[in-house]
Design a protein around this ligand. Structure first.
Ligand code: MG
Length: 297
């Protein structure tokens, strides 16, 4: 099932995308449903059985629906894994200082992005303008937590997944690497630099998240092309690591790392310019498209 957050007038609503690519309001299908995605996730065990029995609603065509990010404002920072594809780790090695991490660590590298940076499909990513010329893309499988929990074991961890969407871990490389004491947070959290969408595909439709094609294009040119089978730390392990001593909550968003082919590591480096169009694609989910707008647009 595909779930979207979309605008009805100026109000955000949760919609269900049918097989005919129309969006029906969840509240029309299951009266009394909440209108925000996090509440829907929390109430899902009650909603899902009624939704399966619901008659199709009078939907609006998907291409006319104004989609927001499926979770427009996560309750806390977006949880992120760095270097989760071995070739991406390798392509960045020469850019790390000798004192930096030179071998893939035993535990995933973790950082976060600001929830205020989240934008939806087709919204503009703002160029960092006067602050940097090093704007880069990173396609990533995004996990949406369903059932929360602390100390979740790797075995059975996928039962805590509500669904999946496509993420773009947009990065300002010089700010990320060098400007703020080695912390990645600022270089990963410029306004608009966390596109998510276009929808959540519920976990029942993706029983194995480690077999998905994952790719990115800039202005139609393929930049990244891989499969989630290449993750160093699979989704279940990431959930176990993140939840160790820190409870995950329904609606938490986890970005699971990017495959090789990002801009900074290309020869020569390739950074995004105003007007560039990024298309992030994951098989079985869809395409997340965002263009780069001027800093002061
Ligand atoms: Mg990343």
């Amino acid at each position: 099932m595909r779930l979207v957050t979309y605008l009805q007038g100026d109000r955000a609503r949760v919609g269900v995308v049918g097989a005919d690519d129309t969006v029906s309001d969840l509240d029309d299908l299951v009266p009394g449903s909440p209108s925000d995605m996090i509440s829907v996730i929390e109430a899902w065990l009650r909603i899902a059985p009624r939704l399966r029995e619901a008659a199709g609603g009078a939907g609006i065509p998907l291409d006319r629906a104004r989609l927001l990010a499926p979770i427009p404002r996560p309750r806390r920072n977006v949880l992120c894994v760095g270097w989760n594809y071995a070739e991406h780790f390798a392509e960045g090695r020469e850019f790390r200082s000798p004192a930096g991490v030179q071998e893939i660590p035993d535990h995933p590298a973790l950082f976060t992005k600001s929830p205020a940076a989240v934008i939806g499909p087709d919204a503009h990513v703002r160029h960092p303008g006067p602050h940097s010329g090093e704007l880069d893309w990173e396609v990533e499988l995004a996990v949406i937590v369903g059932r929360g929990g602390r100390d979740i074991r790797e075995k059975g961890a996928l039962e805590h997944v509500f669904g999946y969407t496509v993420g773009n871990d947009v990065s300002v490389r010089d700010v990320q690497r060098a400007r703020h004491g080695g912390q990645w947070f600022k270089g990963k959290s410029f306004d608009t630099h966390c596109p998510l969408g276009p929808w959540i595909v519920t976990a029942d439709e993706i029983p194995d998240p480690q077999v998905l094609d994952i790719s990115s294009r800039v202005n139609g040119e393929t930049m990244q092309s891989a499969t989630t089978a290449q993750m160093v730390f699979p989704v279940a392990r990431i959930i176990a690591e993140l939840s160790a001593g820190m409870a995950l909550e329904p609606g938490d968003v986890i970005l699971t790392g990017t495959p090789p082919g990002v801009g900074f590591a290309r020869k020569p480096p390739r950074f995004l310019k105003v007007g560039d169009v990024m298309e992030m694609e994951i098989g079985g989910i869809g395409v997340l498209r965002n263009a780069v707008a001027p800093y002061d647009a």
